[in-house]
Design a protein around this ligand. Structure first.
Ligand code: ADP
Ligand code: ZN
Ligand code: ZN
Length: 740
């Protein structure tokens, strides 16, 4: 089969350029397989492409010859099979899928960043002498010398600062004295080569963890496809189960892919995996440079690397003998590609890939997606439950505060309830740490008149104009009306220059907090403070080493972070997510609230959560405060069933984009009609509307939502959509959000 095919004189190639039709080339004696990557002439350039078929005869007359074979990039047979499935399911041309699967797609942006690394220049004797000449044990230079003496291979500057608790200046002095050396190195490539390796032993599992592990191992041994949901509250020890399952997979000679949400791809997760498995690991993320990525890719292809950790696109890593795929926080939205086709969900690809390779797929979550939980109820997936926190500390105590009363008391929009302020004070006195969470998703900054309190609204739509920082405009999310914030005048009292931004951002919270607790050390983690590579890790380290008392943050602090000395979590605006007109709004709010609450009391002291809301009667708030997932699921799933939403029906979102809004609207209406006319009986077409995010990058955005019972009906609709001039069409299968 494969080996015989080498003799075929012609092949079909899909080039990486935007040509969806395969081209025919003559093979001049290269050993080509399906999935081989080649360089071929196209017009008068050389381009890269993928071999998709062998041919005995050329499919047209004058075929050019293949230029050369790219040995280190080939797509393995199983990935080619996966690509076929993806092309059918995500309604995306095969060529585009292949490009998605290539290692270059693991990269979005390459910004090389450097970090300082400290090595000793003097001998051990010289360093010891220098340290012993300083008598004061709190002398910064002495502390640095002692730290470096304990770490003979050297340390990152950030690490030394953390360990020695000093500023950079004593290090500079020691460099000047010729005792230390300070080097700049590219962080990722060298990260783990330099860091010392301390192997952490596996923990003895508790009975629930053991049962879960045994189930997974048994399935891996049988080498049959299986999907298992590991359902356990935060801190119940899921990660420990992943790590031991990975070890067992390795013992069986199987490869592993471990997917984590992009945001969790931080030092913390990586450190935990690193501490168990040393060299056979590759961490894939979009900040890798070309060199780094190809190092990793080559290692994976030749089997030197058998464990791959990464975000979404790591699911395409060509791991040998893949036996286990773990998806942590399987419900996480970052696994879904939404702005570009194929709009794949790496969680679903994980399951399909496991199926194609007779592997085990392990999905972990404290708040599983409804799709996943529904599948366990149908016995399509197995389920293992961890009911208790691993360290046996109780779940945090959650108090709901009705902010409407607080607003009344303070005669205006209140940011911190009295209860929360009391609790913060108490924690600061005890020297314990605090997390404050501010939800920004679906939460918009708007302008309010300082004279009459009127908000800046769109005259046509009566909704708040929201501020877009990038373009510095106020815009209406429904009609796209925009205005320069400086020119915005109050429409009610007609005052000039009275409009001010309202609605707290993390920055405002930080300022307000500092004004109340002047002594408190406050850190902020949001998009602004973590824009630079490594800054997320830095903030994390600072907070973990207790350089701050309070951490204020957005979604970023909700996921995966483990701070043992946090005993209080304040959720400032629990309900802003519920205002989003999306059938998943409650599900997402529940997930987020549970995740945030789960950050409290992970150490030895019990945790407490203050949940501030202006919608205290909402069931989702109530259930989230009890981590009552199943009660919440049962309630919501019946609503989904009643209204025919996923997982009961298949859904596809057709997003249309154009610079010309009239053209867009006309085409939207035309397409809706066309689909209505040609659809199968099981199809429901929702009317064409503009998206919640009406305009992005200068393009207007509209959408058509379609529900169907059978997937084949959706495939038939996709065929109706022909390429249009000046209109971009994006087909989002199984959309995770249907508004923005
Ligand atoms: P999850 O991934 O479910 O949030 P983790 O695996 O992070 O939970 O576990 C929470 C804490 O409990 C961690 O500090 C972990 O080291 C610890 N832990 C997990 N399993 C055990 C165990 N069997 N014995 C003791 N400690 C454990
Ligand atoms: Zn409007
Ligand atoms: Zn006014």
């Amino acid at each position: 089969m494969e080996s015989a095919s080498i003799t075929f004189p012609y092949v079909e190639v899909l080039v990486d350029q935007k040509i969806t039709k395969p081209l025919c080339y003559e093979n001049r004696g290269l050993s080509l397989q399906i999935g081989s990557r080649v360089i071929v002439p196209l017009r008068n350039k050389l381009v890269k492409g993928t071999v998709i078929r062998h041919l005995a005869k050329p499919s047209f007359e004058k075929t050019a010859k293949i230029d050369s074979l790219l040995v280190e990039e080939s797509l393995t047979a199983d990935l080619m099979q996966l690509a076929k499935w993806m092309s059918d399911y995500y309604l995306t041309p095969y060529q585009k899928i292949l490009v998605t699967l290539l290692p270059s797609s693991l990269k979005k942006k390459t910004e090389k960043e450097e970090q300082y690394f400290i090595e000793r220049k003097g001998t051990t004797q010289q360093l010891t002498d220098a340290a012993s000449k300083i008598f004061d044990p709190s002398n910064p230079q002495k502390k640095v010398l002692e730290t470096i003496l304990m770490h003979p291979k050297g340390l990152y500057l950030s690490k030394i600062l953390e360990l020695a608790q000093v500023s950079k200046s004593p290090i500079d002095t020691l460099v000047k004295k010729g005792l230390l050396d300070l080097k700049k190195i590219e962080i990722d490539r060298s990260y783990f080569q330099h860091e010392e390796f301390i192997k952490a032993p596996a923990k003895e599992l508790n009975p629930e963890q053991q049962i879960a592990l045994d189930r997974i191992v048994k399935k891996m041994q049988s080498e049959k496809f299986h999907t298992e949901l590991l359902f356990g509250v935060t801190g119940s020890g899921k990660t420990e189960v992943y790590l031991q399952a990975m070890q067992r997979a390795r013992d069986l000679g199987l490869g592993v892919i471990f997917l984590v949400p992009e945001i969790a791809l931080t030092t913390q997760t990586i450190e935990r995996v690193r501490s168990r498995f040393k060299e056979q690991i590759a961490v894939l993320h979009h900040r890798l440079s070309d060199g780094e990525r190809f190092d990793a890719y080559r290692g994976i292809l030749n089997g030197k690397i058998s464990i791959v950790i990464g975000a979404r696109s790591a699911i395409f890593a060509p791991v040998n003998k893949l036996g286990l795929i773990i998806v942590d926080e399987e419900q996480d939205g970052s696994f879904k590609q939404t702005e570009e086709m194929p709009c794949y969900n790496a969680r679903d690809i994980a399951i399909v890939r496991a199926k194609l390779q007779d592997a085990v797929c392990l999905l972990g979550s404290a708040t599983p997606s409804f799709e996943t939980f529904y599948n366990t109820s149908l016995d399509k997936y197995g389920i293992s439950i961890l009911n208790k926190r691993a360290k046996n500390n109780p779940l945090p105590d959650v108090k709901i505060v009705d902010m409407r009363h607080e607003d009344d008391k303070k005669k205006g929009h209140c940011l911190f309830s009295d209860l929360l302020l009391d609790k913060i004070k108490e924690r600061l006195e005890k020297g314990e740490q605090i997390l404050l969470f501010l939800n920004r998703r679906g939460f918009f900054k708007c302008q309010v008149c300082t004279t009459c309190n009127e908000t800046m609204k769109c005259e046509q739509c009566d909704v708040c104009l929201t501020y877009h920082k990038g373009e510095n405009i106020l815009t209406c999310h429904l009609c796209g009306f925009t205005i320069d914030p400086k020119k915005a005048n109050c429409k009610k009292c007609r005052s000039n220059d009275t409009m001010r931004f309202k609605g707290p951002g993390t920055e405002q919270v930080e300022r307000a907090l500092k004004a109340i607790f002047k002594e408190a050390r406050v850190l902020r983690m949001d998009r602004d403070t973590t824009r630079h590579k490594g800054s997320h890790d830095d903030l994390y380290r600072q907070f973990k080493s207790h350089k701050a008392d309070i951490l204020i943050g957005t979604q970023m602090i909700a996921k995966g972070l483990d701070f043992p000395s946090v005993t209080l979590v304040g959720i400032l605006n629990a309900d802003s997510m519920l205002h989003i007109p999306d059938f998943r709004a409650s599900e997402m709010a529940f997930q987020l609230l549970s995740q945030v609450s789960g950050r409290a009391g992970r150490g030895d002291f019990p945790g407490e959560v203050i949940l501030q809301t202006r919608l205290p009667d909402y069931q989702v708030i109530h259930h989230a405060s009890h981590e009552a997932y199943i009660a919440f699921y049962n309630e919501e799933i019946s609503i989904r069933n009643q209204f025919g939403y996923p997982p009961f029906k298949k859904m596809i979102r057709i997003v249309l984009k154009s610079l010309d809004i009239d053209l867009l609207n006309r085409y939207g209406a035309y397409l809706t009609g066309l689909i209505e006319k040609n659809k199968e009986k099981d199809v429901d077409v929702l009317p064409y509307t503009l998206c919640g995010l009406t305009k992005a990058k200068g393009e207007h955005r509209g959408q058509i939502l379609i529900k169907a019972t059978k997937f084949s009906s959706i495939q038939k609709i996709a065929v109706l959509i022909q390429p249009q001039k000046k209109i971009k069409v994006l087909l989002d299968v199984d959309p995770i959000q249907t508004f923005f």
